[in-house]
Design a protein around this ligand. Sequence first.
Ligand code: ATR
Length: 289
Amino acid sequence: MIISGKAKVCGIMAYPVEHSFSPLMHNFYARELGLDFAYVPFKVPEDQVEAAIKGAYALNLAGMNITVPYKQRVIPYLKDLDPAARAIGAVNTLVRVEGGFKGHNTDGPGLWRAMKEAGLEIKGRDCLLIGAGGAAKAAAYVLGSQEAASVTILNRNESRARELALEMNRCFGKDFMTAMALEDYKSLPDRQWLAVQTTSVGMHPHTGRAPVEDKAFYRGISCAVDIVYTPARTRFMAMVEEAGGRAIGGLDMLIYQGIQAFELWNPGCLVLPEVVEKARRLMRKELEK
Ligand code: ATR
């Protein structure tokens, strides 16, 4: 890849940033598409967030990804905010506009695209959302905007689930999300649930765990997505499958949230399915390291 003086420059801002796969992925897409584009990691300490955003603009960066722990922290320093990012209250992608950056959230669209490609239709479904943290909020917004019939938010801390349900019901102007304590899962009504697992339970290195250990719980789940991508097959996915359901992991969501950002920075460029498949292979190899 040749980076010329005309290269479009983007990066990722995080702390720490060393573990990020984003530089690898974005530079891979640029190479595959033959773009003059460079993507670099920026490790930004907490007291430098505002300076980093202003500096990125001064340095003529075309955009940035924002990740842990800054997805909410950067919002006050943005020029504009996409409505979905505003509703979710977090941004993971900045796009350069006149006078600053506009904040977007591509986690939700990434999840939706991964589900759609896997044939998991949201519209009209009764959904179980497991977790009520930042990732759950982006997922709840997707379930709402893709017209789920109902969403039951199950969380260890029930009041957090209640708060998220309330916020989303207000956002969509209808009463279709309800909250339940995770430990009360036995009182869930009988449905063919579409489940979205957004907690960190089962993530490497605690791969032997699932948010609910009871096999009976999984019999009610007809299809599911776990946003965890390490390991590729979580215990949650295994339990869904063993009970006869279909389950997908979080790798495609990770890939598609990146592609959505890449396409925002490079309008008119499309990352085609064969490139997505190569990216998947590349990521799997990286994750095995
Ligand atoms: P993120 O932004 O990645 O979603 P978060 O905001 O810290 O991170 O949320 C983590 C989610 O995982 C929460 O829903 C959390 O439940 P609580 O709100 O009850 O803390 C859930 N979680 C984490 N560890 C858990 C565990 N051992 N059992 C059940 N839920 C867990």
